[in-house]
Design a binder for this molecule. Structure first.
Ligand code: NAD
Length: 467
């Protein structure tokens, strides 16, 4: 039996506090025992994961408050229920997802039958990010379990309270021979990445994404990279400004803007900006009051370094509203920024904070060109009353995900794949798409021993050719 404590107790020569090769070898032995192939075992593990969340909900709320100043209801909606919802959906469909699918067998290969059989990949690695530290560590674990794998979960060290709680609870609820949480930062993750995995799902920035992919290449390990980028929010002149403003404000300022699919910047005409910006300002006021710093519902930046990075963006344009910053206390006010040049850092880097710049176009028909001149974003938002406008933009601009007349709500749909494209990532998960990510779809053919036609065997005589 592999004790999960091993992950923190044993000193090794590479400077980490655990024995990564031993950990993976233990999981591989357990995988080979066949235990994880049993559907009832998978169901039990999923139910236990659900219990882990519901029985410790208050402790997770406290950890998320400490890491990111999240309000309990926000933590419930965006973290806990995101995972429990995925578990419920998975339990409901697990039997049909795991079933083999018959395909037709051509006459030449008769008699025989052909089918596609999903099989688990083996031992997988899940590396989480800090902004939704519970969801991004445990949500990928749901399909990993469902598909019959063993897994190591490595939460982000930048959200230490949530990471510690996951590490404490995982071995108490799940089969610790199959699932292990490893806490740590660069050294620990590097030690894990040196091992041979059957799949790696990484969530975070593109810089580390490249490190993950290079490490995976050594063993030809497939990767899912859930990255980020600058997600544009296009608002057409005919949009319902009141509704757009509320939905944009919600998506941008929830978790103080530290959401991979938050609208990064607004893209509209000057005339629309004149109406939209005051409406967003009103919506933010309704949500967080005149002084968001006092609001128990407004988040904090994950650490001082990121707060300083964000404070520097405030110099890149004219602050229309907000603009206060106190990096030592991890506070950046919800801010609307106008007139930032396209060469400034705020318009070049993913903002990942509560600062919303607006790019004002002379001519709305240039939106597609503007988006396509940049990396493919993780999400693209279009607000318009005209479906043809929305469809034109969606068909001309590539993005991981897209939403018309709202932001981020595709996350609530279990049957939609969640993932990036190009610089915003590769692969996807959620619902059956996650199950597929952690499965191999094996092509199987079963033949009968009768009717062994000689035509395929040498010698290839002229007589056979004429057949
Ligand atoms: P992060 O700093 O938490 O890093 C992510 C993971 O990489 C952590 O577990 C960390 O320990 C590990 N890591 C860091 N440096 C490493 C190194 N040198 N070698 C190996 N591993 C290392 O997260 P981040 O990168 O700051 O996350 C923010 C980014 O993540 C943003 O770009 C955001 O858009 C993106 N993101 C994407 C999604 C998504 O689902 N697509 C979700 C959340 C965040």
């Amino acid at each position: 039996t592999l004790e999960p404590q091993m992950a923190t107790e044993q000193d090794t020569s590479d400077g980490t506090q655990f024995n990564a090769p031993g950990l993976v070898a233990g999981l591989r032995t357990y995988f080979r025992s066949g235990t994880t192939a049993d559907l009832n075992w998978r169901r039990r593990q999923l139910s236990q994961l659900r219990k882990l969340l519901t029985e410790n909900e208050q402790r997770f709320f406290a950890a998320l408050k400490s890491d990111l100043h999240k309000a309990p209801l926000e933590s419930f909606m965006t973290e806990v229920s995101a995972v429990t919802g995925d578990i419920d959906h998975t339990l409901k469909h697990l039997k049909s997802w795991t079933r083999s699918r018959r395909v037709s067998t051509p006459l030449a290969a008769q008699p025989g039958k052909s089918y596609i059989q999903p099989e688990p990949l083996g031992v997988v690695l899940i590396i989480g990010a800090w902004n939704y530290p519970l969801q991004l560590s445990l949500s990928p674990l749901v399909p990993a379990i469902a598909a019959g794998n063993c897994a190591v979960v490595k939460p982000s060290e930048l959200s230490p309270a949530t990471s510690a709680l996951i590490a404490e609870l995982l071995p108490r609820y799940l089969d610790s021979d199959a699932f292990v949480c490893v806490e740590g930062a660069v050294d620990e993750t590097s030690a894990l990445l040196e091992q041979q995995w059957d799949h790696i799902l990484y969530t975070g920035g593109g810089r580390v994404g490249r490190i993950v992919m290079s490490a995976a290449a050594r063993y030809l390990t497939p990767v899912t990279l859930e990255l980020g980028g600058k997600s544009p929010c296009i608002v057409a002149d005919d949009a319902d400004i009141e509704v757009a403003a509320r939905r944009i404000a919600w998506a941008k300022f929830t978790n103080a803007g530290q959401t991979c699919i938050a609208p990064d910047y607004l893209l509209c005409t000057r005339a629309t900006a004149e109406r939209l910006l005051p409406a967003i300002q009103n919506s933010v006021r309704e949500m967080f009051g005149d002084n968001p710093r006092e609001s128990s519902d407004f988040g904090r930046i994950v650490n001082e370094r990121h707060a300083q990075r964000l404070a520097a963006y405030l110099q890149d344009g004219e602050v229309l509203w907000g603009g206060e910053s106190d990096p030592a206390n991890r506070y950046i006010a919800p801010t609307l920024l106008r007139g930032a040049g396209l060469e400034t850092a705020v318009m070049q880097e993913e903002i990942f904070g509560p600062i919303l710049p607006v790019v004002e176009l002379e001519d709305f028909s240039r939106v597609e060109e503007f988006v396509n001149d940049r990396d493919k974003p993780l999400a693209l938002y279009v607000f318009t009353r005209d479906e043809a406008t929305a469809d034109r933009i969606l068909s001309r601009c590539s993005s991981g995900n897209a939403c018309v007349n709202d932001c981020m709500m595709f996350m609530a749909v279990h049957d939609l794949p969640f993932g990036g494209v190009g610089a915003s990532g590769m692969g996807a998960y959620h619902g059956e798409h996650g199950f597929k990510t952690f499965s191999h779809y094996k092509a199987v053919m079963k033949r009968k021993n009768i009717l062994d036609l000689s035509v395929r065997y040498a010698p290839f005589t002229d007589a056979k050719f004429k057949l």
